[in-house]
Design a protein around this ligand. Structure first.
Ligand code: ADP
Ligand code: MG
Ligand code: ZN
Length: 629
């Protein structure tokens, strides 16, 4: 059984240690206290020892003589018809006639052996009941045995020793501010109680994966310098099958004893999922959740137990968990903005040797949309690359390459592509880039490559915004859709044939167009009516429809119309610039990679064929003043 795995080994060790101690003690005590072994000696030796006054006491029994020497050693010898014996013994001052048993007190002997047996049996019994507890699961009395003794639960409640501080968490200033208050409270509770303020009992960190929720909770523990109980929701469910509720109870019992302290429940959605009336409901999880709810009600706001929890699925949590008095403070931990990304890169760059001329700003801009975890990974990948290339420190180039690794995967150097395929990919990518460059409001092209990546991409066009983008206008979305269609359009124009290479573009274009219709209210027909709802905002953003079938049909038609229009627009742009398309695609085919500067240089260069080209250039300049400048 999987749940027993972690504890199996320690239990066997426990049994062996018990047995060894038991045996060793028994042997030791037996030897030292009970009886020294009786040595057989000859009658001659006995006589000799009497003469040398070595014998202390002797007892003549019917068939043997037992005697002891001055040191307490015991001997025996056979009987010989010796009439002088008593006289000789008397003269040698030997105590005789009394029975010789043993020097040690028989009462102590019995007490000690009994005690050994009792201890031994008690230890064994404990071992057996422990195993039973694991098997029986939720019989409450048995369970209290294994709980809270710190040994079997070592993995569950970990006191923070990581020493992570707020300074290790970059960006996320709002979250840090909110958490700082909790830290201050734990330091000086009287300041708050004096004025009558009660601290929020629980704070819930919500945000996409890898944004530093777990890290923030650890930092709170590091700053507050109080005991930190950390457990993850899935551990409640997995490690202690049938014992979730008891585990919650035990956790809170321990926390109350250690107050002030912090209890951190990571991935709380594993236990805090909405209870529903569906048949597939999970009793075990519901019990655990109910126990958690009642524990959170059960202690006063001022007793110094602060509960932190983290999740990336806040929408799936039970509403009862979120009501005031439980997790009443919700701390959003969002993807970092440009400044946040720069800060995170700097924090992690401290851990590696990095050359002085690295421009974190450029890297942060290239890695738009990356989470903290991805940024940490970028630094590490760069360091690994530096080692591979035999360098002593990380350079800008390492970092830029590792951004691409994190976004698109490693380069697949030995992937075999035919020249025709390579050419197709080159035209496809330049198609994207040209459509982007010829429209207003799209981010400048910074790099195009046709080196295949492990993610499956055969090439890609990188566009990097100058600054942060928080809003997207309708024009921008339309231009983006048109850019997505640009790749396929180039294939159509040049090869009069289409390939599977555009599947991802199609998906993205459709997603944007659909969102315009159903969520952004960007069509005249539906005005500001939502037809879809986002279900999990932090994990992929799946949506659910909420409209009639007729409307759904209409939505589909409108989505098709939007994409078709943009596709036509892209076709127009590429037809107008077909000379540039050929020129840049040729360059890309030969070099495999083209930088933003090289791209703009070719684009802005006076074309050889004068007439229609100068016309194009004028058009470009009018249409696209910023990019061409
Ligand atoms: P989650 O939000 O999924 O719990 P984690 O806290 O586990 O994310 O973050 C994973 C790793 O990403 C951290 O260990 C850290 O190295 C890095 N990281 C994420 N966010 C930040 C941040 N704001 N500052 C510094 N490092 C971060
Ligand atoms: Mg986490
Ligand atoms: Zn494409």
């Amino acid at each position: 059984m999987e749940t027993m795995k972690p504890s199996k080994k320690p239990q066997i060790t426990y049994l062996i240690v018990t047995l060894v101690i038991f045996l060793v003690l028994n042997v030791l005590i037996y030897n030292s206290m009970i009886k020294r072994p009786t040595q057989e000696t000859s009658y001659y030796t006995f006589m000799k020892m009497i003469d040398e006054k070595e014998v202390k006491a002797a007892n003549i029994e019917s068939n043997q003589i037992v005697f002891t020497d001055k040191d307490g050693n015991q001997y025996k010898t056979g009987i010989i018809n010796d009439e002088d014996l008593y006289k000789r013994l008397y003269e040698a001052d030997v105590d005789f006639g009394a029975e010789i048993i043993s020097q040690s007190n028989p009462i102590i002997y019995y007490l000690v052996t009994t005690a050994i047996w009792i201890v031994g049996i008690a230890l064994l019994w404990r071992f057996i009941t422990k195993r039973m507890t694991k098997k029986l699961g939720d019989s409450p009395d048995l369970m209290s045995f294994g709980l809270g003794d710190g040994k079997s639960n070592a993995r569950v409640y970990v006191k923070s020793t990581s020493g992570i501080r707020f300074r290790d968490v970059a960006g996320e200033d709002e979250a840090k501010d909110l958490l700082t208050e909790i830290v201050n409270y734990l330091h000086e509770p009287q300041k708050y109680t004096e004025i009558g303020a009660t601290l929020p009992k629980g704070a819930l960190l919500v945000g996409p994966p890898g944004t530093g929720k777990t890290l923030l909770a650890k930092a709170v523990a590091g700053e507050a310098n109080v005991p930190f109980f950390s457990i993850s929701g899935s551990e409640f469910v997995q490690m202690f099958v049938g014992m979730g509720a008891a585990k919650v109870r035990d956790l809170f019992k321990q926390a109350k004893e250690k107050a002030p302290c912090i209890v951190f429940i990571d991935e709380i959605d594993a236990i805090g999922k909405k209870r529903d009336s569906s048949l597939s409901s999970n009793d075990e999880r519901e019990q655990t959740l109910n126990q958690l709810l009642s524990e959170m009600d059960g202690f006063e706001g001022n007793n110094g137990v602060v509960i932190l929890a983290a999740t990336n699925r806040p929408e799936s949590l039970d509403p009862a968990l979120l009501r005031p008095g439980r997790f009443d403070r919700r701390i959003p931990v969002e993807l970092p903005d440009l400044k946040g990304r720069v800060d995170i890169l700097r924090v992690h760059a401290k851990k590696v040797k990095i050359s002085d001329n690295v421009d974190f700003d450029v890297i942060a801009r290239t890695a738009a949309g990356a989470s903290g975890a991805q940024l940490a990974n970028i630094i590490n990948e760069a360091a690994l690359r530096a080692v591979r290339e035999g360098r002593r420190c990380v350079t800008q180039e390492d970092l830029m390459e590792s951004v691409e690794v994190v976004i698109a995967g490693y380069q697949k150097k030995n992937k075999i592509m035919t020249n025709k395929e390579k050419l197709t990919v080159a035209y496809h990518e330049v198609g994207h880039a040209l459509v982007a460059a010829m429209q207003t409001n799209s981010a400048p092209v910074t790099k195009i490559t046709i080196i295949p990546r492990t993610s499956g991409a055969l090439g890609y066009t990188m566009q990097v915004d100058e600054g942060e983008h928080n809003l997207m206008s309708k024009t921008e979305i339309l231009n983006k859709i048109s850019t997505f269609t640009g790749g396929r359009t180039a294939e159509e124009l040049i090869f009069h044939e289409i390939s599977t290479g555009a599947s991802n573009d199609i998906e993205q274009a459709t997603k944007l167009a659909r969102a315009m219709v159903t969520r952004y209210g960007m069509t005249d027909d539906f005005d500001m009516v939502a037809m879809e709802h986002v279900q999990n905002q932090y994990l992929g953003g799946d949506t659910s429809m909420s409209c009639s079938d007729e409307t759904a049909t209409k939505i589909d038609q409108m989505v098709v119309k939007i994409v078709t229009e943009q596709h036509a627009k892209a076709k127009q742009i590429l037809t107008d610039n077909i000379g540039k398309l050929h020129e840049i695609a040729k360059f890309l085919y030969e070099n495999e990679t083209i930088t933003g500067e090289e791209f703009m240089e070719i684009l802005n260069a006076k074309p050889e064929s004068a007439a229609n080209a100068s016309e194009n250039a004028a058009e470009n300049a009018a249409e696209n003043p910023t990019e061409n400048a």
